[in-house]
Ligand binder design. Structure first.
Ligand SMILES: [Zn+2]
Length: 186
């Protein structure tokens, strides 16, 4: 047997309606789907929201165990969502990181003349890696930026210095504030 919903006027099976003993048909006039949207809109009314918040907090006080269980369930669900989100984030950012380091590699390649002392340069990077083992964020920095606006430096041993990340960022590819860096022996 089917029933027509008073709200959406769709014909649905009886199972699509909540029971209502007071009603002549024993069913609610509106279908479950409509009932749900009525309920949701109803809860949006500020006074109703306020009252239900109070009711919820009272219920929470009276039912600490059930509340804890519900919080656990929520945390679990949330954890899974966070995991999925961070996977997505990593995937996007891995691509961006790869792009950035490819760009940097290309920049370095372009700025390296054939007379650069590649062994010496490799040594500087090794030294920097050693510095980083202190737990501080050291970077190999171009004293004269290789992608500067006004001056363009070479990727050569005497244009490199090891800087702490903070110094490097504050330098911001401008030719000032070169003090404080660890200048390498020439
Ligand atoms: Zn309906």
């Amino acid at each position: 047997m089917t029933v027509v919903c008073s709200k959406c006027l769709e014909e649905k099976p009886e199972s699509g309606f909540h029971k209502n003993k007071a009603a002549p048909s024993g069913l609610r006039l509106e279908c479950k789907a409509c009932r749900k949207s009525i309920g949701m809109n109803y809860r949006k009314i500020p006074d109703v929201a306020q009252k239900s918040a109070v009711r919820i907090s009272e219920w929470v006080k009276k039912n600490p165990e059930s509340t804890k269980a519900a919080q656990r369930r929520h945390a679990e669900k949330n954890r899974e969502m966070r995991r999925q989100y961070s996977r997505l984030y990593q995937k996007e950012h891995r691509a961006q990181d790869a792009e950035r380091s490819a760009r940097q590699r290309a920049e370095i390649k372009r700025a390296t003349p054939n007379w650069a002392n590649l062994d010496y340069i490799a040594g500087i990077y090794e030294l920097c890696a050693l510095f980083r083992r202190t737990g501080l964020d050291w970077h190999v920095d171009h004293i004269i930026p290789i992608n500067g606006k006004n001056v363009v430096g070479f990727h050569v041993e005497n244009n490199l210095q090891i800087l702490s990340a903070i110094k490097n960022i504050s330098k911001g590819n401008r030719l000032n504030d070169l003090d404080g860096g660890c200048l390498l022996p020439a």
